[in-house]
Design a protein around this ligand. Structure first.
Ligand code: DAH
Length: 336
């Protein structure tokens, strides 16, 4: 064997070691070259037959072969044995596979944002059940016996006479029955109505209810609180408009509009050229509600408000069909 043969052999041996795909294959390479009856001991014996000019370089190359091959075998052996110790046949040195990261549902994200804004004002979260009594959902909220929302065509009734709450307002009733003023609560939750599903209606949707009861709470407090909320949610330039309205459980009642987030009040297709978008209902708690929950109203007053979370989510994200929020299509959800 001359020097060139040895150099070729070295290249071949290192390549074989690199290519070995299992502990057994690697051991076979080791035995073939480094074993007692392997090629390398045999080559060393031939050293004296090599011409004196090539001999130093031949010896050096043979040593390199031995050392480099041993290094490769040693490092690959430890990789194979750690595979064996976790009981799997894969190569732990391979890069991992990206599993993808989940995100919270847009409804959850917006709910959390709204709740956090009110928490900075000292409101705490209170919740109530989806199944309610007629009394909590309607009677205690001063809703007249002939109010259309009580109709079976609008509200889901259960066989036992209870119902699926059609708004989050009954949480007010529950909370006032169990707690004394001052009260500052915010109550997100699911609501149910017999609506035919379309781009803006769903039989199951979400609302957030707010209630503040104390001595000397005024309409000015309501306006200040909701104006702060509007700026925190939409940005510092938003304007807020209060329009007289009617709700059975508040007197006076208002509907609250924010300036359109698309045209900022100039008028566009989204706000039907009015410059305003209706966001929520609110008002001063009706004395009849205080009576229903047994509060002495002579020195108490309060405000309440309620808003639809889907509507606000759709406005903030520019979603045009409410059904996108319920279909759980990952292509849609992964955008948020
Ligand atoms: N419950 C009303 C609805 O479902 C929303 C609402 C309006 C809640 C005024 C309130 C309120 O607490 O004061 O449309």
């Amino acid at each position: 064997m001359n020097l060139q043969d040895l150099i070729d052999l070295k290249t071949k041996a290192l390549a074989e070691a690199e290519a070995a795909g299992s502990a057994d294959a690697l051991e076979a390479v080791r035995i073939a070259y480094l074993g007692r009856k392997g090629l390398l001991p045999e080559i060393m014996q031939q050293l004296r037959d090599v011409s004196p000019e090539e001999r130093p370089q031949f010896g050096k190359t043979a040593n390199e072969l031995k050392n480099e091959l041993s290094d490769i075998i040693k490092s690959k052996q430890s990789g194979f044995s750690s595979c064996a110790s976790v009981g799997v046949g894969f190569d732990l040195t391979q890069p991992g596979q990206w599993q993808g990261l989940g995100t919270r549902h847009p409804i959850t994200q917006i709910t959390d944002r709204i709740v956090r804004i009110f928490q900075t004002l000292g409101f705490t979260v209170a919740d109530g059940p989806d199944i309610e009594t007629v009394w909590n959902n309607f009677d205690a909220l001063n809703t007249p016996a002939d109010h259309p929302s009580r109709d079976e065509q609008d509200t889901f009734y259960l066989k036992n006479g209870d119902l699926m709450r059609c708004h989050t307002s009954p949480v007010q009733v529950r909370y006032m029955m169990e707690n004394k003023p001052p009260i500052r609560i915010i109550s997100p939750g699911r609501c149910y109505r017999r609506d035919t599903p379309d781009a803006t209606h769903s039989a199951n949707f979400h609302q957030i209810e707010g209630l503040y009861v104390d001595e000397q709470v005024s309409l000015a407090d309501l306006k200040g609180t909701l104006s702060y909320f509007a700026r925190e949610l939409m940005g510092p330039d938003v304007k807020v408009r209060f329009r007289p309205h009617f709700f059975p459980f508040t007197e006076p009642s208002v509907e609250v509009d924010f300036t359109c987030h698309v045209c900022h009040g100039k008028g566009c297709r989204v706000c039907k050229n009015s410059g305003w978008i209706e966001i929520l209902g609110a008002g001063m708690v009706d004395p009849n509600v205080f009576s229903a929950v047994g509060f002495d109203q002579s020195n108490l007053s309060g405000f309440a408000f309620g808003m639809g979370i889907e509507r606000i989510t759709m406005i903030l994200y520019g979603i045009h069909d409410i059904r996108n929020l319920y279909e759980n299509d990952v292509r849609f959800l992964s955008q948020f």
